[in-house]
Design a protein around this ligand. Structure first.
Ligand code: FE2
Ligand code: FE2
Length: 494
């Protein structure tokens, strides 16, 4: 008897988590009983498919790609893998299960029940944050659309497309929130998300890093490592939101996002690995002997450092100004919390606390205590930097294990900034302030030059043989879905 009861409740729980594929738009939010929202989403769908056709991956739209699709939001087993043509991917609306009796974990409404509807007084701020997050999702697909043509293997090609379809799904996730909770202006914002274009002079994407080019695969790995990780931090903060549907949406997006950063971290690991192997085999003892290393058809470590410098600093800019009243307002309002908010041991209101912020004081970089509320961007950025370091430790381990005395490092936060405290000055990667002339003379030592770009471009020759890899990257240690090394991740000829 007891067993029956628990089976029934287990089944009930599974039903909540399982995804309904009977509607045109797969979902676990009961769209079939939410006719108005279903209609709005179905109305948006053709425009999305047009956008995917115009701005999604170039070529390969008829290829069979071994993709994972979410079928449940149970973290223990939520995806299934199968061959899919990208335009047939089931982009769906998936929210993490509703937590019973969830309360707002920070801000002025600390401890009050989480909102199931948009609180009127915070409507504009909430909409703005959802639109900004939503805008980044299609932007990265646009930035990466040419990369399929130069993939170093079918494995990498598949990973690129997996990231792309999931960013597409993340756009759906934000559009659902806009259409369900923000009425007419939400629908207009949803349309605008399909109208803006990465790098477009008249109608660019909203944030700087999402208008930069992703010209080659090293950039792609850096982007997924550093820029998708900014996404992770933002999603974590929004997952704390008092607006429960946003929290649940972001919590599920984070499970997908983890793969994007995996692609970046392992991608860079494999490039570093291959470079070290090639140097060793050729008897090169100085990794800074760029010409000799490049002659081996691999990317030299100093160039990897320059790419890292570029993508890390572009990503730092995404956190906004170190001191920000917008960030304070969003926190007070209970809209956007801190990284791991519920695990932090403090009052979660921050009315009387301070946080050290790096600032420019009389020409020197100094830590200055600021009210913790206005320093929330700085805090999130610090958490981000801590998170970034893990990858560097792994990459440096590969280098030192190979016997080389070379360390990849994160540049000082004053280096190469376009937003915040350091946007008007120049600094070296070590954080030494320099004048314009010195910067112009030396920036090629620290950021990828045209020559570096040309060299990397020369390596970007597509490799599409099953189980084969380009000269400049090692095979992965493990296949996707535990597939063997000779698995055909993309069937190009169909
Ligand atoms: Fe995303
Ligand atoms: Fe992502």
């Amino acid at each position: 008897m007891t067993e029956n009861v628990s089976n029934v409740s287990k089944e009930h729980a599974m039903n909540i988590m399982n995804v309904d594929y009977s509607t045109k738009i797969p979902n676990n939010v009961n769209l079939s009983e939410d006719r108005q929202v279903l209609k709005a989403l179905e109305g948006w769908h053709p425009g999305y498919m047009n956008w995917w056709g115009d701005m999604g991956p170039e070529g390969f739209q008829q290829s069979l790609v071994y993709l994972r699709t979410a079928y449940s939001v149970d973290p223990r087993g939520w995806a299934k893998f199968d061959y899919v043509k990208m335009p047939d991917y089931r982009w769906g609306i998936l929210l993490a299960p509703q937590e019973e009796n969830r309360v707002i974990p920070f801000g002025e409404h600390f401890g009050e029940p989480a909102w199931q509807e948009v609180p009127g007084e915070h409507r504009a701020m909430l909409r703005r944050l959802i639109v900004i997050q939503g805008d980044t999702e299609p932007a990265s697909v646009e930035q990466q659309r040419h990369l399929g043509k130069t993939a170093p293997s079918l494995y990498d090609l598949r990973n690129l497309f997996q990231v792309n379809v999931e960013e597409g799904r993340h756009l759906w996730a934000m559009v659902y929130l806009l259409q369900k909770y923000f009425g007419r202006d939400g629908r207009e914002e949803a349309d605008d998300l399909l109208r803006r274009r990465s790098g477009d002079a008249d109608s660019p994407r909203m944030l700087g890093a999402f208008n930069e080019a992703t010209p080659d695969w090293l950039s792609f790995f850096m982007f997924t490592y550093f820029t998708d990780r900014d996404g992770k931090m933002q999603l974590h903060s929004l997952a704390q939101s008092g607006f429960d549907p946003l929290s649940r949406t972001c919590r599920f997006m984070l499970t997908e996002e983890a793969h994007h950063m995996f692609v970046g971290e392992t991608g860079i690991s494999r490039v570093v690995q291959r470079t070290c192997e090639a140097m060793k085999a050729a008897g090169i003892s100085d990794p800074s002997d760029v010409a000799r290393v490049r002659a081996l058809g691999v990317v030299d470590l100093p160039t990897i450092q320059k790419k890292l410098n570029l993508h890390y600093t572009l990503s730092l800019d995404l956190f906004g100004s170190e001191v920000s009243t917008n960030a304070a307002n969003a926190f007070n309002a209970g809209i956007k919390g801190r990284f791991h908010e519920t695990q932090i041991k403090d009052d979660h209101r921050l009315q009387n606390s301070t946080y050290p912020v790096l600032k420019l004081v009389n020409g020197e970089i100094k830590r200055v205590d600021e009210p913790a509320l206005t320093a929330l961007n700085m805090r999130l950025r610090d958490d981000y930097t801590q998170d970034c370091i893990k990858g560097l430790l792994r990459w440096n381990k590969i280098i030192s294990t190979a016997g080389y005395d070379f360390k990849l490092t994160l540049p000082n936060v004053a280096f190469h900034r376009q937003i915040g405290e350091f946007k008007d000055i120049h600094a070296t990667p070590d954080g030494v302030l320099i004048d314009d002339a010195t910067w112009n003379k030396r920036k090629g030592e620290w950021l990828p030059s045209t020559d570096d770009g040309d060299f990397i471009a020369s390596l970007m020759i597509p490799v599409t043989g099953v189980g084969e890899f380009a000269s400049w990257i090692s095979p992965p240690k493990v296949g996707i879905d535990n597939k063997p090394g000779d698995f055909e991740y993309v069937k190009i000829e169909t």
